[in-house]
Design a protein around this ligand. Structure first.
Ligand code: SAM
Length: 230
């Protein structure tokens, strides 16, 4: 039984894919996909020994050792020549770490892989990396589970330059077009946090006016998105 978060990630993996799940921990996602015959081959990458042991244990227990290959490796270094990977999942980490894994592992990317990324925070950083590296978003989802809000981004390499506006990078082009209740909840909460920061800054003896104005512009952008435009 997968969490709603991983279930949603799994739905973006196309049947027949050869998957690399990077930072897999218990390997719940690849085990689910292999057990349901959605993937025919999977690399299960982990940088830490404890999580790798968890992954290996789950794979053995599910009897999937012929399909899923646990490997101790930093990021995309888990992928070897001949794996012929066409889908990469990186889930449950911050956007900065996901971006770092993609950037440092760039030479492993052939361009045919579908990227399925689930940043816990900092989705904007991931979108910026995708844009800078000619990956076009093909879908975005936002969901709420146990009080947390998660975003899932999928992308494919394209030939032409990719360009998103500042607003699209921040909110997500697909999410912005949909404005689901989870999206509104996320940005309402972000706005309250920013407002609290400003309120505290204004109490200082010499408030950083420039920073306050920058945050006020941030809040204004959120207001435009969750009020006026909807
Ligand atoms: N992907 C699973 C999920 O979404 O439930 C597990 C997420 S877990 C919070 C993050 C995992 O990423 C940890 O097990 C950690 O060891 C691993 N990790 C962090 N940096 C990594 C890297 N550079 N390469 C591979 N794995 C990494």
């Amino acid at each position: 039984h997968l969490s709603k978060r991983l279930q949603t990630v799994s739905e973006h993996v196309e049947p027949g894919s050869r998957l690399a799940d990077i930072g897999s921990d218990h390997a719940y996602l690849p085990v689910y996909l292999a057990a349901n015959q959605i993937i025919s081959y999977g690399v299960v990458g982990e940088v830490a020994r404890g999580p790798l042991a968890n992954a290996t244990c789950e794979i053995q227990r599910a009897g999937l050792a012929e399909i899923l290959h646990p490997r101790l490796a930093d990021g995309l270094a888990a992928i070897k020549d001949g794996d012929d990977i066409d889908a990469i999942t990186i889930a449950g980490m911050g956007g900065i770490l996901i971006t770092h894994i993609l950037e440092t592992g760039k030479q492993k990317l052939t361009g045919k892989e579908k990227l399925i990324l689930q940043p816990n925070v900092g989705a904007n950083v991931v979108r910026q990396w995708l844009m800078d590296n000619r990956y076009q978003l093909s879908a975005e989802q936002i969901l709420e589970e146990e009080g947390h809000i998660y975003e899932i981004l999928t992308a494919k390499k394209v030939a032409a330059p990719v360009s998103y506006t500042e607003k699209q990078l921040r909110f997500g082009p697909y999410l912005l077009a949909e404005k689901t209740p989870a999206f509104v909840a996320k940005w309402t909460s972000e706005r309250s946090q920013l407002q609290r920061i400003i309120d505290n800054m204004k109490l200082a003896t010499s408030p950083d006016q420039e920073k306050i104005e920058r945050i006020e512009r941030d809040i204004q952008m959120i207001n435009e998105v969750i009020h006026v435009e909807s």
